[in-house]
Design a protein around this ligand. Structure first.
Ligand SMILES: Nc1ncnc2c1ncn2[C@@H]1O[C@H](COP(=O)(O)OP(=O)(O)OP(=O)(O)O)[C@@H](O)[C@H]1O
Length: 343
């Protein structure tokens, strides 16, 4: 269970609002949101709906107008914001590395403020560069401008992780990166999260990025109304309203195949004697299994440790998942079926 979210709440927003000075309207209307320890939550929605404001209220870069924010059971709405920020990693699109400092100095900034000794900081820098896939011998003495955009963003992640904070806030971290590098960074980041299991709040305006990365997605509508807060599978299977349906766009049924795993379909094994098949893992997604079948001219799969079945059985089970509101796979995803936390 170490790589799945726990049920312990790590971040809780209670009736939180924000009205910027000089504005008549609320940038964030009363918002209630609970994020569990180790959970990866994406905030997604159209421009101006309050995603960044919500994120920045969690580390108090923006002060809430009213309401309470709890982190790990502690009211953090009052107290020293600088102290709070030292325990929350923060990654932004512009990366924000200090240009006159080496990568090592950039990553070591917060540990330095926390009073770590030189050796401990140096060891941590080595560990983090390894973790984000950059050779410490090559990169630690370089300056930010000597790195590509993707490498700088990896350093941004390493820096945010430096003091091992339990919570990470990420604001469109991959937004300015070309699509191919972005795809790779998303994949790497998912693998990283499997290992480190931080509580992550991640802002994006890209619903596909949210559906790919998150355990649960909070879809904001205009005026920061929380339209749905549920697992990606639940959102694609049962959009809460027309706004969510329009926001996720076309092709929900096919996109679900990227999320459903073969082993979660609950198919009774069948005899596939004489039918060409491919071997898959129970964790292989249905779309990956179909791809492999198409490439191999096969029409069945043999699941390692889990019987065999035909492509027809697989597609039928996928449809049943849609009708049954994701009973099998949905139930295994964090928070599936949870009620919409209305704002
Ligand atoms: N510093 C500010 N002063 C005044 N109004 C602001 C400020 N920052 C944001 N706003 C307003 O608050 C509302 C929410 O903005 P916010 O940046 O949180 O939305 P967002 O969903 O993150 O948008 P985007 O996807 O475009 O970044 C918007 O109407 C915006 O104009």
């Amino acid at each position: 269970m170490s790589n799945t979210p726990t049920t312990k709440p790590m971040i809780r927003l209670e009736n939180v609002t924000k009205r910027y000075d000089g504005s008549d309207t609320l940038a964030v209307a009363p918002l209630n949101l609970e994020i569990k320890e180790g959970e990866f939550v994406c905030l997604v929605g159209p421009s101006g709906c309050g995603k960044t404001t919500t994120l920045r209220m969690i580390n108090r870069l923006v002060e809430p107008t009213s309401g309470t924010i709890w982190i790990d059971g502690k009211d953090v709405t009052h107290g020293d914001p600088n102290e709070l920020r030292r325990h929350i990693g923060y990654v932004i699109q512009q990366v924000g590395l200090l240009p006159h400092m080496t990568i090592e100095q950039n990553i070591g900034l917060v540990p330095g403020m926390l009073g770590w000794d030189k050796k401990r900081i140096a060891d941590r820098v080595t560990e983090l560069l390894d973790l984000v896939g950059l050779d410490p011998k090559v990169f630690r003495k370089r300056y930010p401008k000597q790195l590509s955009g993707g490498q700088q963003q990896r350093i941004g992640v390493a820096r945010a992780l430096a003091a091992d904070p339990p919570v990470m806030l990420m604001d469109e971290p991959f937004g300015a990166i070309d699509p191919i590098t972005r795809d790779r960074l998303q994949e790497e980041f998912l693998q990283l999260q499997e290992r480190i299991r931080k509580t992550i709040v991640f802002v994006t305006h890209d619903i596909d990025e949210a559906l790919r990365l998150a355990d649960r997605v909070a879809i904001f509508a205009e005026g920061s109304r929380l339209a749905q807060f549920a697992s990606p599978l639940e959102i694609l299977s049962n959009p809460a309203d027309d706004f969510v349906r329009t926001f996720i766009g076309e092709g929900a049924a096919v996109r679900r195949l990227n999320l459903l795993k073969v082993g979660e379909l609950g198919i009774a094994p069948s005899d596939i004697t004489g039918v060409p098949f491919v071997d898959v893992e129970s964790t292989t997604t249905v779309s990956a299994a179909l791809e492999r079948m198409l490439n191999a001219g096969a029409s069945a799969v043999r699941v390692r440790g889990g019987g065999s079945f035909t492509v027809q059985q697989m597609l039928l089970a996928t449809t049943a998942e849609t009708d049954g509101a994701g009973a099998g796979a949905g139930a295994s995803a964090a928070g599936a079926g949870e009620a919409v936390a209305a704002s």
